[in-house]
Design a protein around this ligand. Structure first.
Ligand SMILES: Cc1ncc(COP(=O)(O)O)c(C=O)c1O
Length: 440
């Protein structure tokens, strides 16, 4: 009988996911992790209290499929103010199981599979977009962000030239993971103007880090500009905002013509999102910006200040008195900072650079299952080699940014690694101390 030829999406077919490899590395080499983007802090007490109250009040059964009435009302008011729009809570909001699930549903709802519909995405970017676009039957088209003098730049000319009549969606992550870039008002205006020539292009504005801006940098939602709301789904993540990433409820706002198909797909994935969590978020959302959470500061101002403090600490420690010639980049937002590690190549032992068999195995020890990713010239990416070396030799986990590009992307770079700044100052101090001391 003929062998079936199955075809799987990117990274399912030929790779151990990098997250799985790095989890195993953490355990085998007892590492401190600066890898995973989940905050160390617990949710604020006011949110926990609202959750307990919601359960005790009896909000424990299925609720409205597209979002609990208490939550959609709050979301419409909160983001309506931010975007300068009157948002109808019943027709212009969809709630699902995390921002991730909203994105999956949006791609499944909006892309006609295998009809050549293209999706533009900035790289380096959140790797899940790559798989999800393919899963939905779209064609992933990378756009390049370039780093110069510690800042990431968008190329308007390239953006213009990448658009065509097959472009269906533009996934626009602002504030951006992993770079921490916040697109300026001028950049947003430029993009909006270019997109006016392609009125059929839908924008999926992934704004999950919009609340977490540093140094007073202004964030402008894409949907708040001109008529952009009419073509944009703006996606938000309360788990990131309120330090409850495991609660997995997220939402999008947008025009009814986009919310409706996404809602219909949502009902094929989940009947409704977690009811008491929705009620708790609905009641907590109006509280996040209220002064007086810690001293004068609101809850959101407080976590901004905490994360910025960690960012500044890491930046200083990695810029000065560190034996490796790395250059930290000062992120403008989000859960991460990047390090430029391009000057470290000479220091990394050859076995990490030349092969995926980098371990010096003890008797009877099996090698780890690793992510066998290559650069276009067949070499092991420098950042992957660096991360493995640092994990084994110094006991700290970081993430290689070459994995934040499509494996065939012409823009793929291997010169940056990503570190989290969301684990609190104590954890970060321990990680930096570990990083600065070589293992015996
Ligand atoms: C850019 C980006 N979008 C979406 C998500 C998913 O958010 P959620 O935890 O609500 O599913 C993440 C999570 O890391 C992210 O970094």
């Amino acid at each position: 009988m003929e062998q079936a030829q199955h075809s799987f999406p990117h990274r399912v077919d030929d790779n151990t996911a990098v997250w799985a490899e790095f989890k195993d590395l953490t355990e085998r080499y007892s590492c401190i992790s600066l890898g995973e983007g989940a905050p160390a802090a617990n949710p604020p007490q006011f949110l926990v209290d609202e959750l307990m109250k919601a359960i005790q009040e009896g909000h424990n059964q299925y609720s409205r499929t597209f979002g609990h009435p208490i939550l959609v009302q709050s979301v419409a008011e909160y983001y309506g103010k931010k975007l300068g729009q009157e948002i109808n809570p019943l027709t212009q909001v969809i709630v699902s199981a995390g921002a991730y699930n909203v994105i999956v549903n949006a791609l499944l709802a909006l892309i006609r599979p295998n009809e050549g519909e293209e999706v533009l995405v900035f790289e380096p970017g959140w790797p899940c977009y790559i798989d999800l676009v393919q899963f939905a039957g779209g064609i992933y088209r990378p756009l390049c962000l370039q780093q110069k003098d510690g800042k990431w730049h968008f190329d308007a000319e390239q953006f213009k030239n990448s658009l065509n009549n097959n472009t269906k969606l533009f996934i626009f992550n602002n504030a951006q993971n992993p770079t921490g870039k916040i697109f300026t008002r001028e950049e947003l205006d430029e993009m909006s103007k270019i997109l006016e020539n392609y009125p059929n292009v839908i924008v999926l504005s992934d704004d999950v880090y919009e609340f977490l801006t540093y140094d007073g940098t202004q964030f402008t939602g894409f949907a708040s500009i001109g008529d952009n709301f009419k073509k944009t789904l703006s996606i938000y993540c309360p788990g990131k905002m309120m330090c409850a990433t495991g609660w997995q409820v997220g939402w999008a706002v947008g025009p009814e013509k986009l919310i409706k198909p996404v809602s219909l797909i949502s009902t094929t994935q989940i009947y409704c999102a977690n009811t008491p969590v929705q009620v708790a978020y609905g009641r907590a959302l109006p509280q996040v910006d209220k002064p007086g959470y810690k001293g004068e500061l609101s809850f959101v101002e407080h976590i901004r200040q905490e994360f910025q403090e960690v960012r500044d600490y890491m930046f200083k420690e990695l810029s000065e008195g560190f034996d490796l010639p790395v250059e930290p980049l000062r992120s403008e937002s989000g859960y991460f900072i990047l390090l430029d590690i391009s000057k470290c190549k000479e220091l990394i032992p050859e076995r990490y650079l030349k092969s995926h068999q980098f371990e010096e195995l003890k008797e009877g020890q099996d090698p780890l299952k690793v992510n066998e990713v290559f650069m276009s010239d067949g070499s092991v990416p420098l950042d992957l080699a660096f991360c493995r070396w640092i994990a084994v030799e110094r006991g700290v986990i970081m993430m290689p940014c070459s994995l934040f590009y499509h494996k065939e992307s012409p823009y793929r770079l291997d010169q940056h690694v990503r570190l989290v700044i969301c684990k609190g100052l104590d954890h970060s101090i321990k990680a930096i101390e570990r990083l600065k001391s070589k293992r015996q």
